[in-house]
Design a binder for this molecule. Structure first.
Ligand code: NI
Ligand code: MN
Length: 226
């Protein structure tokens, strides 16, 4: 699987010949100013919840690429009403797609649209196929529910976890989350974008290393294969 980081919680995962874009928040993100939005192609756009820092560019990319939106029922239906293809999920539910299986799992957070309307309940995704398995946690606190993931999904090859604190768990709790989901490789997200969530990269990496795990902090625009 090839993973490209576009800042904040936005990552593109290329797998099984498909492009899965998570939580596009690029145009409003000053740190992602160098990203060429029009160069991003997405077969699917997966949205963890309705906050603007997770869906700012979803509609424009979705319209340009003809992407299918995968999210909770309320968020998915919102994009359906704008003419986009969509697949609604809700917590604990999984579905098969041409890229593999996607399961919508619990997150402890909130989820309202920028206008204040109801955005369903926030979640994360576990994705698996013949190439591997990974978890994008969305915005969440550390929660005991994470222990259900290794009980109900194939073993993770990596997890994408929020580490910025303030609005989500910080890196100290994310180390425990990695234990709960049994992931030794973690890609950090949801840090540095705003003043509230700026973190000490070296301290975060050390916290993971001290626990026998690897924290990968990608530069915006950087890709890796896992
Ligand atoms: Ni949020
Ligand atoms: Mn957020």
């Amino acid at each position: 699987m090839k993973i490209t980081y576009y800042g904040h919680a936005c990552l593109l995962v290329e797998t099984m010949g498909k492009r899965l874009l998570f939580d596009p928040f690029i145009t409003p993100n000053e740190l992602a100013a160098k990203v060429d939005l029009d160069s991003i192609q997405a077969d699917y756009i997966l949205l963890t919840h309705a906050h603007s820092d997770h869906l700012a560019d979803a509609e424009s990319i979705g319209q340009r690429c003809g992407s299918t939106i995968i999210s909770n029922y309320e968020v998915a239906a919102h994009y359906g009403s704008k003419g986009l293809a969509y697949h609604p999920l809700n917590h604990g539910g999984k579905a098969k797609f041409d890229f593999g299986t996607a399961k919508y799992v619990n997150a402890v957070h909130s989820s309202s649209f920028p206008d204040g309307s109801y955005g369903g309940n926030p979640g994360g995704f576990v994705i698996w196929n013949e190439e591997g398995t990974f978890y994008h946690a969305g915005d969440t606190a550390l929660t005991m529910d994470m222990q259900l993931i290794p009980m109900t999904c194939p073993a993770l090859d990596f997890a994408i976890l929020p580490i910025g604190d303030n609005f989500t768990m910080g890196y100290e709790d994310a180390v425990i989350a990695a234990d709960f989901v049994k992931a030794r490789k973690v890609i950090g997200m949801h840090y540095d974008t705003f003043g509230y969530i700026k973190i000490d990269h070296a301290a975060a990496k050390k916290a993971f290393a001290d626990s026998g795990k690897e924290l990968i902090l990608l530069s915006i625009g950087e890709s890796i294969v896992l």
